[in-house]
Design a binder for this molecule. Structure first.
Ligand SMILES: Nc1nc2c(c(=O)[nH]1)N[C@H]1C(S)=C(S)[C@@H](COP(=O)(O)OP(=O)(O)OC[C@H]3O[C@@H](n4cnc5c(=O)[nH]c(N)nc54)[C@H](O)[C@@H]3O)O[C@H]1N2
Ligand SMILES: Nc1nc2c(c(=O)[nH]1)N[C@H]1C(S)=C(S)[C@@H](COP(=O)(O)OP(=O)(O)OC[C@H]3O[C@@H](n4cnc5c(=O)[nH]c(N)nc54)[C@H](O)[C@@H]3O)O[C@H]1N2
Ligand code: SF4
Ligand SMILES: [Mo]
Length: 755
């Protein structure tokens, strides 16, 4: 690829280690990502990267890259097979499961990690053909509660404008390490250093973000509901709400205000472990701010009262009317929505778990398999995800995967999940194919990057769009006689193709359901620079232009009707550093509100009941047997889920130590270099090195996420580094409503290991 002297050519791509997908430029040395720098032309990141992007070669050139499809043998080992055999057997296997048990018994998990969603878009054609109904992804172990609240309030997803916010509030979120919004560290430093603005953090740990905060509400673990209720109590009881906004733009405010008037603020602050003055300071600072933007994340979403905390967090900015103006919160456009923001009445067939946003809660999936219920799941396809490692109770997950009739895993490495599969299909890496993500969550400027490959696929691997196309061809549902006229129309031109495609799809529901495949096969080959895999974006670009024509034109794309969609698609194909696809006016945020009357619906009765019930309880989920709270999965300077398996990419904290407060370490005999602890939960026990860290409160310990992977050492033998957290977690330790796991709040026992 590239041509010319590769070592001096900078090629545009993106970092794939978190949802920000910062634009990068790369110089190659053979197949090595030799030099990496931020891409200043990227419209969202503008040249910013964090420390992690520079070490992406450890992903690209992992020693454990797969180079052949694998089939499980009777003794549990894997034998390489050729692609043709693999695709034929997988198509036959999936068809057999469908014929015997129905397509609903075939489950789909994943569809993209932090940097790769294009493959998932093509899975849809195969899944529709098979009659698949149930699916899930990592979103369904973190964002279900937030999704439930969002669906009730306004039917969409919100993001804060932290760059302009007068006050930014981070709730169980450490963006200094976990990022999640553009140019996070720069924005945080600006917030912290500007005396006219304020940074407020709600976190039991003195995180890097908390350290530079104006107010750090150092809540006791699990105390958030009381703390947030107290903060809202001050806002309401001191008359700091925006009553004009509540009257004109919302419904149901009175029920909310009434519940908050009754909050015993001082008492709740005490239960939360936060000094009353601090809660008051934070509330009053928010109460006099022009704008407040908030970001909630795993610290509350994977902890006690998770859904209630999401609701209370959103009430902070809602009661202040901080919506649809600079520095406030917004709903936004999508290139393709990550989830549906609707309340589903559907439940899962075996355990009756709620389906939120179209996703099955992750903690319910094994129960849909390990049963003799006739409607149990029989097969699973996993793409770009590692559920046997990333979801609660890995042991139970391994058991569930082995109980299925057929498991197919598509991955770049022989992940923990791949090791339970019947077939493993080796994917080209994210720098060896056309890729994109649908983490396009900003307002008023929303951006999208279609990345061109830097390298050809590693021999033996295929990009996911091609894998899905081969499975479709083997399933043989769309005959060549249907595709041929569309191919001819595509050769004639894109507007000709549009007419032909819409006519054909209108008359044949099978064709409409298989649209990504049909586009790949017909329009795909006509796209420039080998961008066949961008074909699915053609339909999305048109839908986007039809849904938000003014914002698309606002971003500089010209035309009316289909011509606007074409202009947007052309811009996507050629804008290697990414493009702005919508540019809104602030007031346009209201257009994205999906309630019947266009107002924000503040009252969620069942959560107001939960709020009232707080008065009768207090945080405390530990026991004499398990006296510590373990936060199982902290984001640190060198963690990135399980995207990079090579431990050598981690410069510091290579083993991923257990962080523990000095007083606890002293009491347990864990002081001194090389101290090791045994940590035991209701599910399992592990040993880990210890890091005494004054950022931790007594009684609270934390382990990083993404470790516990094995990787071939110099002699080729696998070496495991760090703790695989989900050997310690449980499927049933979870939120009763959204079923999100309480990973931030796992009761545990810590003991010194004699050494
Ligand atoms: N470096 C790095 N960045 C990442 C990732 C990564 O693996 N590594 N992963 C990405 C992904 S997938 C996600 S979802 C995000 C997650 O991003 P974050 O949610 O910010 O990450 P965490 O560190 O898991 O949890 C956030 C905070 O919750 C706090 N916490 C623990 N218990 C409680 C509690 O009871 N109450 C409150 N209020 N806080 C508590 C922890 O101290 C921690 O600071 O990060 C993304 N960014
Ligand atoms: N205990 C505990 N568990 C947690 C968390 C926690 O904090 N604590 N965090 C949770 C969160 S928020 C998340 S988002 C999940 C993340 O967990 P998962 O969604 O399971 O995702 P990843 O760990 O990112 O794994 C991605 C997989 O994709 C593979 N891969 C990389 N590139 C490609 C590619 O181009 N194509 C294909 N097909 N595969 C590729 C990698 O090898 C890896 O196996 O983990 C969750 N698990
Ligand atoms: S890890 Fe996230 S914030 Fe850091 S460079 Fe990569 S995409 Fe950007
Ligand atoms: Mo996540």
């Amino acid at each position: 690829m590239g041509g010319g002297d590769e070592q001096t050519v900078w090629q545009q791509s993106a970092c794939i280690l978190c949802e920000c997908n910062c634009g990068i430029e790369v110089q190659l040395d053979g197949r090595r990502l030799a030099r990496i720098r931020g891409d200043r032309a990227h419209p969202a990141s503008q040249g910013y990267t964090c420390n992690k992007a520079l070490r992406l070669d450890h992903y690209q050139n992992g020693r454990d890259r797969l180079t052949s499809p694998l089939r499980r043998t009777a003794d549990g080992s894997y034998e390489p097979i050729d692609w043709e055999t693999a695709i034929t057997e997988i198509a036959a296997g999936l068809s057999a499961v469908r014929d015997e048990h129905g397509g609903e018994s075939i489950f789909y998990y994943g569809g993209g990690g932090q940097g790769n969603h294009l493959g998932g878009a093509y899975s849809r054609a195969v899944l529709a053909t098979l009659g698949n109904r149930y699916r899930s992804s990592a979103l369904a172990q973190e964002k279900m509660g937030e999704g439930f609240v969002d669906a009730h309030l306004y039917g969409g997803h919100t993001r804060g404008d932290f760059e302009h916010a007068e006050v930014a509030l981070f709730v169980g979120k450490n963006p200094w390490q976990s990022q999640s919004f553009p140019r996070a560290r720069i924005v945080l430093k600006e917030l912290s250093s500007d005396p006219e603005r304020a940074l407020i953090v709600l976190d039991p740990v003195v995180t890097e973000t908390a350290r530079i905060a104006d107010v750090h509400l150092q809540v006791r673990p699990g105390g958030d509901a009381w703390c947030l209720a107290a903060l809202l109590g001050v806002l309401v009881q001191e008359g700091l709400t925006d009553s004009a906004f509540l009257d004109e733009r919302t419904t149901g405010a009175e029920a909310v205000l009434q519940a908050l008037r009754a909050i015993p603020v001082a008492d709740f602050a005490r239960r939360a472990g936060v000094p009353l003055e601090q809660v008051e300071t934070a509330a009053r600072r928010i109460g006099r701010a022009e704008s407040v933007a908030t970001f909630e994340d795993l610290g509350i979403q994977q902890g006690p009262n998770s859904v209630l905390c999401s609701y209370l967090n959103k009430l902070v900015w809602l009661l202040r009317g901080s919506f649809g103006k600079p520095g406030a919160m917004h709903l936004h456009s999508w290139m393709a929505p990550l989830a549906r923001y609707k309340i589903d009445s559907a439940t899962t067939p075996v355990s009756g778990a709620p389906i939120v946003g179209g996703l099955v809660p992750c903690n319910a999936i094994p129960d849909e398999i390990l049963t003799d219920h006739p409607q149990r799941l029989r097969a699973m396809i996993v793409e770009s995800a590692n559920p046997a490692h990333s979801l609660a109770d890995s042991g139970r997950w391994r058991e569930a995967l082995r109980a299925l009739d057929l498991v197919v895993v598509i991955d770049v490495a022989l992940s923990e999940t791949a090791r339970q599969a019947d077939y493993v299909l080796p994917a080209a890496s994210q720098f060896e194919k056309w890729e994109a993500t649908f983490f396009n969550l900003e307002f008023p400027r929303n951006t999208f990057q279609l990345r061109a490959p830097l390298l050809d696929p590693l021999p033996g691997t295929l990009p996911e769009p091609e894998i899905w196309a081969r499975i479709m061809r083997a399933l043989d549902v769309i005959p060549e006689t249907t595709l041929a006229p569309l191919r001819a129309a595509a050769q004639a031109g894109r507007l000709e193709f549009a007419t032909a495609f819409l006519t054909a799809a209108g008359g044949d529901p099978r064709l409409a359901a298989a649209a990504p495949f049909v586009l790949y096969e017909t329009l795909g080959p006509t796209l420039p620079d080998g961008a066949q895999a961008a074909a699915a974006l053609w339909g999305l670009a048109h839908r986007c232009a039809m849904t938000y024509p003014d914002a698309v034109r606002g971003a500089g794309h010209e035309g009316e009707g289909p011509a606007l969609g074409e202009a947007l698609f052309d811009a996507l194909l050629t804008g290697r550093s990414g493009i702005t696809f919508t540019l809104d006016d602030y007031e346009d945020a209201w257009r994205y509100v999906r309630t019947a009357d266009g107002r924000i619906a503040l009252e969620i009765p069942e959560l107001l009941d939960e709020l009232r019930a707080l008065d009768a309880s207090a945080p405390g989920w530990t026991s004499d047997e398990f006296p510590f709270v373990l936060s199982a999965g902290e984001r640190r300077a060198s963690t990135a889920n399980t995207i990079i398996r090579d431990p050598a990419w981690r410069k510091r904290d290579a083993q991923g130590a257990l962080r523990i407060a000095p007083a606890d370490a002293e009491r347990l005999g864990l002081l001194g270099d090389g101290a090791r602890a045994r940590i035991t939960t209701a599910t399992g026990a592990v040993e880990t090195p210890v890091e005494v860290n004054a950022a931790m409160q007594p009684g609270h310990v934390s382990l990083p996420n993404g470790l516990g992977l094995d990787y071939p050492g110099d002699d080729g033998r696998p070496v495991t580094t760090g703790v695989a957290l989900n050997e310690l977690t449980s499927l049933t330790w979870r939120d009763p409503r959204a079923l999100t796991p309480w990973h931030k709040h796992v009761p545990a026992r810590v003991e010194a290991v004699a050494g």
